[in-house]
Design a protein around this ligand. Structure first.
Ligand code: COA
Length: 453
């Protein structure tokens, strides 16, 4: 009898569903994202089966090896089927979601998805709120949602009243009493700490660092899971990297003068809305050095037949993010001031911490620095990121006793650097001369001023 009741209710439900259906069911397939990406991980669904969606509504966020992408709807309709659960791997060319459209049977059964790379979500999207259209990008809508802010209550300062991230953050600031700096890089990470009141002098948008000690895991059985997303990318890249014969060189750098200079400039930079760590100086000094040693800012083709000397100094920085190791790069460092590098670094950190780094930030690097010292550790053995040919790992800056030029014992800020170079194209002497120059710039930071453009 129970089986019969179940059968009758299912049949009724199916009949009812059919009788309220408005139009054809569109099966959206995940189309090509580019960069040779064949699969993505579904990070988060913004809809569930039965939800009504409008054109440009965000449907889900997917993560490829290289970028986070928001999938948005092209049609008004009702979500009928999600083909994957969160964390599943979705394949390019396979159905992602079925939407029953409102537009009637004249709509062609075409397959479509609209993909918006995380870094360029600037298209207008539309959200129906209390009978009027509110314009905001998916990222802004999510920021509002995460902070329980109704978009209808926010005054948009963008074109045609469009609501910008700043509008949400200012709204939030008014609620919490926080003062936001005039930084152009307010990003979504702030949304994860909505009720915190930030000190007025610090960039509010910078992420908190990842926990130094994750929660302990005690398990009664082994757990096996597939490598996905960025972990899979790391597996592939690092396997390829170890085909490169690595030459290693380590040195010690006295950052005492740089430490003093940074503390002088920090306040000025923060007043301009940008946090100033040591990294922008390390990056700028590397770029100044690369001008003299272009072979270190080069790439070797796969057949190892040609070397390309890169014009742009796109300096990558290994970043410890919630998704694991990512290496976004600061583009055209040869043209940037230390302040501009710091600002770009702030932006990348915010995006990295909220899983929002886009393809453009993660590709095109020409040389890498890995500041493992910001986590701890004195020495490292960095692995080259192909097709690049050199990388530097920076240890923890420590205050240690050293002798100054007068033979006096002083407290010095000491940094250990470990370089790895592709020994097929770079000899040890070149790596060492570059390292010397980089060290000189940092030990005597005023000398950088002479070479700044
Ligand atoms: N030694 C001591 N202190 C350091 C340091 C070092 N090597 N590097 C940074 N710090 C300090 C900074 O100066 C800052 O202190 P402050 O608040 O007094 O200014 C603090 O640590 C936090 O700095 P951070 O926010 O990490 O900024 P950053 O610009 O120095 O570094 C990243 C940015 C992205 C490189 C860093 O956050 C990161 O992710 N590091 C890990 C890299 C990694 O995983 N490497 C291994 C790859 S295999």
């Amino acid at each position: 009898a129970i089986r019969y009741l179940y059968y009758v209710s299912r049949t009724l439900l199916r009949h009812l569903t059919r009788s309220v259906s408005h139009g054809p069911i569109m099966q959206f397939k995940l189309s090509d994202i580019g960069e040779g990406i064949m699969e993505v991980v579904v990070k988060e669904w913004y809809v569930k089966e039965g939800d009504k969606v409008s054109q440009f509504d965000s449907i889900c966020e997917v993560q490829s090896d290289k970028a986070s992408v928001t999938i948005t709807s092209r049609y008004d309709g009702v979500i009928r089927r999600l083909h994957y659960a969160a964390d599943d791997t979705a394949l390019v060319g396979k159905p992602l979601v079925d939407i029953e459209t409102d537009t009637g049977p004249e709509v062609a059964q075409e397959e479509d998805v609209v993909e918006t790379p995380a870094m360029s979500r600037e298209e207008h999207t539309h959200q129906e709120i209390k009978g009027h259209k509110t314009q905001a990008t998916p990222a802004v809508r999510r920021l509002a949602l995460e902070n329980n802010i109704k978009l209808s209550e926010v005054v948009g300062t963008g074109k045609d009243g469009r609501i910008l991230k700043e509008d949400i953050l200012n709204f939030l600031a008014k609620q919490t009493g926080a003062i936001l700096p005039p930084s152009p890089f307010h990003e979504t990470r702030e949304s994860q700490r909505p009720k915190e009141v930030q000190p007025a002098s610090l960039p509010a948008s910078l992420p908190a660092s990842l926990p130094a000690r994750p929660q302990p895991v005690l398990s009664s059985q082994d757990v096996t899971e597939p490598l996905k997303g960025f972990h899979r990318a790391m597996m592939k890249t690092m396997t390829a990297a170890l085909k490169i014969p690595h030459f290693g060189l380590c040195d010690e750098v006295d950052l005492s003068r740089l430490a003093a200079l940074r503390s002088d400039l920090r306040g000025i930079s923060e007043a301009r809305g940008v946090k100033l760590s040591y990294m922008p100086f390390f990056i700028k000094a590397a770029s100044l050095g690369l001008l003299h040693f272009p072979v270190l800012n080069a790439s070797l083709d796969e057949a190892s037949q040609n070397i390309t000397y890169k014009a742009a100094h796109n300096i990558g920085l290994a970043m410890d993010t919630s998704q694991g190791l990512l290496v976004p790069n600061v583009k055209n460092v040869q043209l940037l001031s230390v302040f501009e590098i710091a600002r770009e670094l702030n932006r990348l950190q915010v995006l990295g911490s909220s899983g929002q780094l886009g393809t453009s930030d993660l590709t095109g690097g020409t040389f890498t620095l890995s500041n493992i010292g910001s986590i701890g550790g004195t020495y490292a053995k960095p692995v080259i990121l192909p097709p690049e040919v050199a990388i530097g790992a920076l240890g923890k800056i420590q205050i240690l006793p050293r002798f100054d030029s007068n033979g006096e014992l002083v407290k010095a800020h000491i940094l250990n650097v470990s370089w790895s170079a592709d020994h097929r194209v770079i000899d040890g002497a070149t790596m060492c001369r570059f390292s010397n120059l980089w060290r000189q710039y940092l030990e005597n930071p005023a000398s950088m001023v002479l070479d700044l453009k």
